[in-house]
Design a protein around this ligand. Structure first.
Ligand code: RTP
Length: 151
């Protein structure tokens, strides 16, 4: 079912330290997406390196991993029709200098290496990331909202 697409969203340590957790959750919630998993956690190096393994040859990889280890992150799974692509739009372009106002990065970030939030870039990578961050699975529950969100 198209309405059950899921994405992995992570508030990075700068987003947590700056008190943006509630604001970010609010944006996904008010859009109509459903929260399926949420955990505040300190990340270990192996997990951070696995999550960003596709970037391991990049010059910024070591700094990126250190950034993710620098404080707790908020790991989440959000669900809904088109949530992977729409989630990326809510987040904004990777480099906040190019992120539109109204997006999370456009509103709250300046530097690419402190861009507050991660969102899966495709349905397939979302599935991999959800399995990596939530190996015991996510919550399934019915919400009364669905008929008011989907036609
Ligand atoms: P994310 O995975 O965090 O959602 O970011 P993304 O897909 O928009 O960007 P990606 O190219 O996958 O890069 C992952 C994260 O690495 C950091 N980065 N730093 N210094 C640099 O040139 C640079 N480029 C990327 C950013 O934190 C980016 O979100």
């Amino acid at each position: 079912m198209a309405n059950t697409e899921q994405t992995y969203i992570m508030i990075k340590p700068d987003g947590v330290q700056r008190g943006l957790v509630g604001e970010i959750i609010k944006r996904f919630e008010q859009k109509g997406f459903t929260l399926r998993a949420l955990e505040l956690k300190m990340v270990d190096r192996a997990l951070a390196e696995k999550h960003y393994e596709d970037l391991s040859s990049k010059p910024f990889f070591a700094g990126l991993v250190d950034y993710i280890l620098s404080g707790p992150v908020v790991a989440m799974v959000w669900e809904g029709k088109g949530v992977v692509l729409t989630g990326r739009k809510i987040i904004g372009a990777t480099n906040p200098a190019q992120s539109e106002p109204g997006t999370i990065r456009g509103d709250y970030a300046i530097d690419i290496g402190r861009n507050i939030i991660h969102g899966s870039d495709a349905v397939e990578s979302a599935q991999k990331e959800i399995a990596l961050w939530f190996p015991s699975g996510v919550a399934h529950y019915a919400t009364a909202l669905a008929p008011w969100i989907y036609e």
